[in-house]
Structure formats: C-alpha cells, structure tokens
Design a protein around this ligand. Sequence first.
Ligand code: GYE
Length: 307
Amino acid sequence: LSGSDAEGEPIASAKPIVLGFSQLGSESDWRMANTRSIQDAAKEAGIRLVFENAEQSQQKQFEAIRSFIRQKVDVIAVAPVVQSGWEPILKEVKAAGIPLIISDRSIDVQDSSLYVTFIGADFYEEGRKAGKYILDKTRDMAGPIGIAELKGTEGSSPSIERGKGFKETIASRPELAIVQSEFADFTVSKGKERMKEILKAKGQEIKVLFAHNDDMALGAIEAIEEYGLRPGKDIYIVSVDGTRKAFEMLIAGKINCVVECNPLLGPNLMQAVTEVMQGRTLPKRIVPSESVFTEQTAKKFAAERKY
Ligand code: GYE
C-alpha cells in the first residue's frame, strides 16, 4: 500500500503504486511474452503501469526514463537494449530519488547503488549449456566441425554473455570452430538473411548453428531448407529461449536443443516493486530458474509452454 493516515493505518483507497517501465522493443516472441507478463502482473498486483516501447533505441529509453521522472512515478524499471552507457541517466534517476530496477538484460555500471536489483537470467550460463550440448552431440563426429553463430543485438548483454559462455565451453575441443559469426538482431527475418549469406559463403563447412535466440533459428531453418540441407540433421541447431514455435521445431527434429530463457518476469518484478515501496531490502540479483530441452524431451514439456 502506498498511503497511510495520520495514525499510520493504511488507507483503504490508497493511491496505487505507479511503475514506469521502459521496454526495449518488440523484436521476438520472447519479448512479446515478457511484455505481456509485465502487463498482466501489474494488473494483478494493482500497480499502475506506464509502459514505453523504445524500439531498440537506447536514446528512446533515455527519453522514456526522463518522462517517468517528470511524471514523478514511484518506481522505474528498465529492460536495457545494450549493456553500456547507462551511468549518466541512472544518476538522473537517483538524483530524483526514484528507485530503479533493472529487468531482463544486465548493464555495465561501476556504481551498483544506481539500481536496487537486477531481475534476469544468467546469459553466460545459457551459452555454456548450449556449448555443452554441442560438445556431446558432436562427440563421435570427425573434425573439423564448422559452426555458424547468429548473434543477437550488438552490445546487448544476452548476446555478449551467451557468445562468451558458448565459446569458452567448446574451446575444450579444438575440432569445433566458429567459422562465421554474424549479428542478426534477435529477429526471424535477419536470422534468415544472415544464414543465407553464411551458407552461400561457407555452406559446405557448416555442421552446427548456434543461434542466440529461437527467432533467429526459425529464420535460419528456412534459409537452410532453401539451400537444400536438412536443419537438425545436416546442420545441428541449438538456440536459446524456449518459445512454443521452437518447441514445434524440436518435436519435428529441425532444432536439436533449446536452452530455456524465461521471459515471465512480471510477477518477480511486481513483487520487487511492492517490496521497494515497503522499504524492504532486496537481493542485488534475482535469477529465474531455467532448463534445457532437447528433441528427445520436447514432447513431454510442449503442452505446458506458456510462451
Ligand atoms: O533471448 C531474445 C530477446 O534479452 C533475454 O532478447 C532477452 C533476449 C531474448 O529478443 O529472444
């Protein structure tokens, strides 16, 4: 509750908490599920949500945050499009005395007092899980084993961390080598375009595709089929997120493994917002639990997918 009377008793009709949320865009199914989760959870918690979509522009996120400051919202939450460049704007928020929560993607700041908590996945670990799967899947395959990498948004923490975790894991086997690595912005269309180019240049060498999200893998599958190869058979595919569409591809054997990244952060976020308003101390990091799904296990879990 955000209000109390002179005796400190909560007022029944207390004004709802106002949360300004800067979403980074609408590039993928993961993102759409994330947005929906936040909107639904706000409604359920009785929190008034002021929602802004930055369409992949950090500048737009700055503008949204400044408008939240002007509106004097109670709490600000940000899903940051890229990792760097946040320090000055977060100082403005701090100077305005508004608590700030980082959601989904991590940021790179020296001064961790600039935010209350970061609610989001361990992207480095996701990359490691993808790498481990490929190590096992190609165990009996003779080298060299060429890998194509479809990276997400340049400078974004999931792309940086997933790439790092994957690379460090496959390094234990020198036959595994990334022969081409391209940014494809986490979208289906760019995933298809970039994969087309990769196949044109190095089609014969590519045995594995690591896509930093499902959407790019879905685009790449189209490119691989148009090129005349069988996704999941001629080219092993591992991606990240765990969307329904990716599950269908797992079941069809066109994707071999999906590392889960949970977009349903709304309830966690609203809980954090409520606790901040109650003056409670939050953990600096809140990590949702995540799993790994393969072509063998996908069927069992498909029915309960929420995104
Ligand atoms: O994996 C991708 C989305 O930041 C974790 O962004 C998120 C990533 C997610 O576009 O699908």
